[in-house]
Design a protein around this ligand. Structure first.
Ligand SMILES: [Fe+2]
Ligand SMILES: [Fe+2]
Length: 472
């Protein structure tokens, strides 16, 4: 394994690609050092590295300095004789090369996906300084290096299949930066700051989960290299969502413990996070993540589906959909009218693909909420977490910038303003959470606002040293 770039794409016999990627590596490392996790680049982190795509054993755990992490290129195993499973080209062979007529659309899809990967690393770059434990610190960095690898995965596709344009796009992926007013990241949720760990756990629960569904839709693609790449990325994405979901679960657990044991059940006085505050964070990050699915009625989504570029969730799985052409049928939505009311509109199915993908996402989020609520049930408590209506707090699509309440009822702007602070994080919430953000790096110890995890990473013991600080 002396290759600079671990891979299963036979880079050694593809000199041109190898040169292009090795040429990009220094820019990537420069970006990582400038925009990646601040302050921990020389420390030894207990990380898993993808070394192959075998189902058992692709992940190797070891102590690694982050800049030495081996960002590799891995495609899920090639499926022989794979056919296109949906759209106008259904039944034909999948493509190994990019067809000229969809080149622009494919490049756009790959760049948009690729742009989110480094963006999240940028958004999270200061969180290490306030990690609630070494376990959490390690998880943050694991997510960060894997988002870095996902960028490599998209850059590989651009360089291998899009020639000179692809190389330019790869450079641009390192030029845009999250929240930069002059050259921001492409999608809104990836320009929002993630200033505290509660936001990080909500982001990895809801925004990485959007990633799961976008990658899942691309994993159905007729462009085989894209399908193979995204299928392998999905295996890593699962860990990111695990970090988010269990992170919030541990916050809930800790809050419940404090509600039962703290003097006068005063969660805040005991350094915990009140449930209403957590719910406001959930409302905010969930609604921002819904925006990532794009317009409910979208001609782009129809084009992508027709051409076979992007399918529905589990499009190719037997028994999920009867009709893979989606030429008939429609999706009924409520459209706001000028007079302040609503009217029904039927969106032809192909134009409603964003919405269908979003529905699969919402179902998945509801399962997360159910699992969180089991913690209350087990503790014999009546409190519950919930998801707001898909109309609430939107800045994209049919319901953008309209004053809906959590249940999806349209209010007047002033009614909304009166209730806003009950529904979305206030400055006082953010300040309070920030006041809790004090690092806790003692072995086996945790900050006041979060319970320990139930299991260690890779079966490690409770007091395992997930991060070894190297002081120069
Ligand atoms: Fe990713
Ligand atoms: Fe992710």
């Amino acid at each position: 394994m002396s290759d600079k770039i671990p891979n299963n794409v036979d880079l050694r016999s593809n000199r041109k690609l190898q040169r292009a990627l090795e040429g990009w590596l220094p820019s990537y490392l420069e970006w990582w050092n400038e925009m990646g996790p601040e302050g921990f680049q020389q420390d030894l982190i207990y990380l898993r590295t993808a070394v192959s795509v075998d189902t058992d054993g692709w992940a190797q755990f070891d102590y690694v300095k982050m800049p030495d992490y081996r960002w590799g290129i891995f495609l899920a195993p090639h499926e022989k004789d794979r056919k296109i499973t949906f759209g106008d080209n259904m039944g034909k062979d999948v493509w190994q090369e990019v067809p000229g007529e969809v080149r622009k659309e494919l490049r756009r899809l790959i760049v948009t996906q690729g742009d989110t990967e480094p963006a999240s690393v940028e958004q999270q770059r200061l969180l290490g300084k306030t990690a609630p434990s070494l376990y959490d610190l390690r998880n943050l960095f694991q997510v960060n290096v894997e988002e870095g690898r996902h960028l490599w995965a998209m850059v590989y596709l651009l360089m291998q299949h899009f020639g000179r344009d692809g190389r330019e796009e790869a450079e641009d992926l390192l030029k845009r930066t999250s929240g930069n007013p002059d050259s921001p990241r492409i999608l809104d949720a990836f320009n929002k700051p993630i200033d505290d760990w509660l936001a990080f756990f909500c982001f990895t629960t809801f925004t990485d989960r959007d990633g799961k569904f976008q990658l899942g839709a691309l994993a159905e693609s007729a462009f085989d290299p894209l399908a193979q790449t995204t299928r392998f990325m999905l295996t890593e994405e699962a860990h990111h969502m695990f970090v988010g979901e269990t992170g919030v679960a541990r916050v809930i657990q800790r809050t419940i413990d404090l509600m039962k044991t703290a003097p006068e059940s005063d969660v805040k006085a005991a350094g915990g996070i009140p449930l209403e505050l957590l719910q406001r964070y959930v409302n905010e990050w969930y609604s921002a993540s819904l925006d990532l699915f794009g317009s409910e009625d979208s001609s782009n989504s129809a084009t992508f589906f027709a051409a076979g570029l992007k399918g529905r969730w589990q499009e190719g799985k037997e028994g999920v959909y009867d009709d893979h052409k989606a030429l008939t049928g429609s999706y009924r939505v409520e459209v706001p009218t000028e007079g302040g009311g609503f009217e029904d509109r039927d969106i032809p199915l192909r134009r409603a693909m964003n919405l269908l993908l979003r529905d699969s996402y919402v179902e998945d989020c509801q399962r997360v909420i159910k699992r969180w609520n089991r913690i209350f049930e087990k503790a014999g408590m009546s409190e519950r977490m919930s998801l707001p209506s898909d109309k609430f707090n939107r800045i994209q699509g049919l319901y953008a910038n309209m004053p809906f309440d959590l249940a999806g009822e349209l209010l007047t702007q002033s009614e909304f303003e009166k209730k806003r602070d009950e529904w979305l994080p206030t400055q006082a919430d953010l300040d309070y959470v920030q006041s809790l953000m004090v690092c806790c790096y003692e072995l086996g110890e945790y900050a006041s606002w979060i319970a320990p995890p139930r299991k260690g990473i890779n079966g490690r013991e409770e007091k395992f040293e997930y991060v070894k600080f190297v002081r120069s």
